[in-house]
Design a protein around this ligand. Structure first.
Ligand code: DGJ
Length: 733
């Protein structure tokens, strides 16, 4: 078992092949955090607990004596920090009691260790069989309020990853209000040499990488928009100052949640740091009647001493193998052509068919019909909610179009934005009460639409039936599930005043329920997540949709930044990336078609332009790109990613590579961002077997792995702005 309990010193030790994590139950029954990091072999780690009793003013359980050693919740590293009883750092848990106070204080009661990993009912989470993971449950109790808290830890033994969540149970006879219930709390003993990493951004510039020294005080990211958001991602990392892509300590934290979240690192004056991750407590209170429970989302924690690259590769493997699921988990996804940037709302069945016909001749495998096929949807002002086919646009209906596209040998996909309703729609006239709203408050409008109350079962039933009617009447293989505005005035007509603070989370749970129901009914349906581009790129979505549209910025050069940041924890196989037209519709940049293809290959791969307008020469390039997608699929989608040159480094170039698990195959991509006269194009590779010799298929040169990794490649060509090259390496011995 990779989780052990040592009764002599009351220590839990949770090991993977590369990490250790240790918790101690102290003399007073409190859970202390002892260690998290590279694997250590000893279990007697209690010597790591804080032992420096200075300053009588720190609150403590009682005055220390020889029998009662020093213990202050404010100075010790606490495993799951509670509010109001002497720990003044950020709290993982705060429960308001019927008397109005928010004092919370939990102590150990019992524990269980078992093989495997339990499901989190109604919520997305990583999964594992009994060989892959071991789980520890620690039951704690607040003896005054009667709250019971079960802390769950699962370790993925062969992966350097662990997950956590908590269940808060009201075992008293009175109502409680959960004000904060975070998923993970990790206290670092010394974070003085650490950096803080997060992914910030906005629409068309999602998940940009930011790394800065951890500062004294609180640093963090959050969302209160009702979705995980473009602006911040529920991912943060701490790494040592000296961590590079391939060496140094890197700790990654990612929340499996698509709603309001918070992730903070708080460094105290003695350079200890507390990381907290979970549902954003702002605007959140969960009422627990006696015997009710609240379940937090899952937090994923990864540690690697092989730098940021090592951390990312663990996340990638975990998410590919133990988060993505179902029919499309490992299957090659069809190369798609999406008509959005080709036509926007201005299309009919002939236009779509012409695009599909050209696409089929070039090797593209699926037509995705984007926004505008339903209701009175000719622009963004109307139609959302009226999910029936607009037969003025699609003469003969969906059945006829899909049949014609299928006859070309192509699959057919369709766009929905189920959670929304247009101000001008039949649905809103029929059901104004289905909109999220606060009765006496003006409803903010955004993209001319309102948000449906996904906490309501009747709303979910309506949406399920609408989607079902479409799927049952035409051969549809794929849905792009879009979401184009934040939640505001988030009140629900069905909930009493005492539960309005639950709306954000109930919304998310309702969304999960609808997605689960849809996938149960249509297990072979391929879902692609989308939120005005990549506003919902989070692990919760990956549980339902194995691919997520990464950004509405499809420019190849902007995509370098976006895909670099996204790769911190999300695998290439999940990153929706398309080749689009030039000048690019978002930034006006013109880049070579080859480069657009090379950058989109580091994703799910597809097209988003009017193929009928391409020249014969361009069509030939597209044909070759589609062939390359198939040729390189395995190494890109199942291989290990090595980021070689960050696009942020000096803004002149960017490079990355994939290496197969057996190290017999590698694919290197090199992109020039800004050509500088006399620019040298040396590139040191990574992840190869130093003792193998590799044929570079493009140049014919054979070099050993050690030479390629130490001396590097010399790309002896003049590459100008936005030029790029892809090199395929095959081991020859
Ligand atoms: C936002 C998406 O990100 C786009 O790709 C497109 O589907 C539009 N919505 C359609 O309204």
């Amino acid at each position: 078992m990779s989780i052990q309990f040592y009764p002599e010193n009351k220590i839990f030790k949770l090991d993977t092949n590369s990490t250790s994590y240790a918790i101690q139950i102290n003399k007073y029954g409190y859970l202390l955090h002892l260690y998290y990091g590279a694997a250590v072999s000893d279990s007697e780690l209690d010597y790591l607990a804080y032992t420096c009793p200075h300053g009588a003013h720190f609150p403590r359980v009682e005055s220390e004596t020889a029998e009662n050693p020093f213990f202050s919740k404010d100075l010790h590293r606490m495993e799951y920090s509670c509010n109001g009883c002497g720990d003044f750092r950020g709290s993982a848990l705060a429960i308001k009691r019927s008397g109005g106070t928010e004092d919370t204080d939990i102590q150990y009661v019992s524990h269980k260790i078992y093989a495997g990993k339990p499901k989190i009912e109604g919520q997305p989470a990583t999964y594992a069989d009994e060989e892959q993971a071991t789980t520890l449950e620690i039951l704690c109790r607040d003896n005054v309020s009667g709250a019971e808290v079960t802390l769950f830890y699962s370790v993925f033994e062969n992966l350097g990853a662990m997950t956590r969540h908590a269940i808060i149970h009201n075992a008293s006879n009175e109502v409680m209000e959960v004000k904060r219930a975070l998923s993970a709390c990790v206290d670092f003993h010394d974070a003085s040499d650490m950096d803080f990493i997060h992914l910030y951004g906005g629409a068309c510039k999602e998940r940009l990488f930011e790394r800065s020294p951890l500062i004294y005080g609180i640093q963090g990211v959050s969302s209160k928009r009702g979705y995980s958001s473009h602006m911040q991602n529920p991912f943060v990392a701490l790494c040592s100052h000296d961590a590079t892509e391939e060496s140094g300590d890197a700790y990654g934290f990612n929340l499996v949640y698509t709603g309001n979240f918070v992730a903070t690192a708080e460094m105290d004056s003695d350079s200890g740091a507390r990381v907290l991750l979970g549902i954003n407590p702002e605007g959140f209170t969960w009422r627990l009647e006696p015997d009710e429970s609240f379940v937090t989302p899952e937090a994923v924690m990864v540690y690697s001493n092989e730098g940021l690259g090592g951390m990312s590769r663990i996340f990638h493997k975990l998410y590919r193998n133990n988060l993505c699921r179902g029919y499309w988990k490992t299957r090659k996804r069809p190369i798609l052509i999406n008509n959005w940037e080709a036509t926007y709302f201005d299309f009919n069945e002939e236009k779509l068919y012409d695009i599909a016909k050209t696409a089929s001749e070039l090797g593209i495998e699926m037509l995705v019909m984007d926004d505008g096929w339903f209701g009175s949807r000719n622009n963004s002002h109307s139609g959302l909610g009226d999910w029936f086919v607009n037969e003025e646009k699609l003469k003969g209906g969906l059945g006829k179009l899909t049949e014609r596209v299928n006859a070309l040998g192509m699959k057919f996909g369709i766009w929905f934005e189920p959670e929304m309703v247009s101000k001008r729609s039949e649905l809103i006239s029929a059901h104004p009460e289905w909109v999220l709203q606060i009765p006496d408050r003006h409803k903010s409008i955004s993209r001319h639409q309102y948000v449906l109350d996904m906490s309501r079962a009747d709303v979910r039933d309506y949406l399920f039936e609408c989607i079902k009617a479409v799927l049952d009447n035409a051969n549809i293989a794929y849905i792009k599930w879009d979401f184009n505005r934040s939640l505001t005035e988030a009140g629900s007509a069905l909930l009493g005043s005492e539960r309005q603070q639950e709306v954000f989370h109930r919304y998310v749970l309702g969304l999960y329920e609808l997605l689960e129901r849809l996938l149960n009914a249509y297990p072979e349906l391929l879902l692609e997540g989308c939120a005005s581009g990549g506003g919902r790129f989070d692990p919760a979505w990956l549980y339902y949709a194995p691919q997520i549209w990464a950004s509405d910025d499809s420019d190849a050069i902007e995509r370098l930044d976006i895909q670099y940041g996204t790769s911190m924890c999300y695998p290439t196989s999940t990153v929706g990336a398309h080749v689009s037209a030039c000048p690019n519709h978002q930034v006006g940049r013109t880049t070579p078609l080859q480069t657009r293809g090379n950058v989109a290959l580091a994703g799910t791969f597809g097209y988003e332009l009017d193929l009928t307008k391409l020249t014969d020469e361009e069509k030939e390039i597209v044909r070759k790109q589609c062939a390359d997608y198939h040729k390189y699929f395995d190494v890109i989608h199942n291989g290990n990613l090595y980021r070689l040159i960050s696009p942020w480094k000096d803004r002149t170039k960017c490079a990355w590579m994939y290496v197969s698990d057996d190290k017999r195959e590698a694919l290197v991509t090199y992109v020039v961002i800004r050509y500088r006269i006399f620019q040298r194009n040396y590139l040191r590779l990574a992840g190869l077997d130093p003792n193998k010799r590799y044929l570079n298929e493009q140049t014919g040169q054979i070099l050993s792995g050690d030479t390629l990794m130490r001396a590097g490649m010399n790309i002896q060509e003049i590459l100008k702005d936005y030029d790029s090259r892809v090199y395929h390496f095959i081991a020859v011995d």
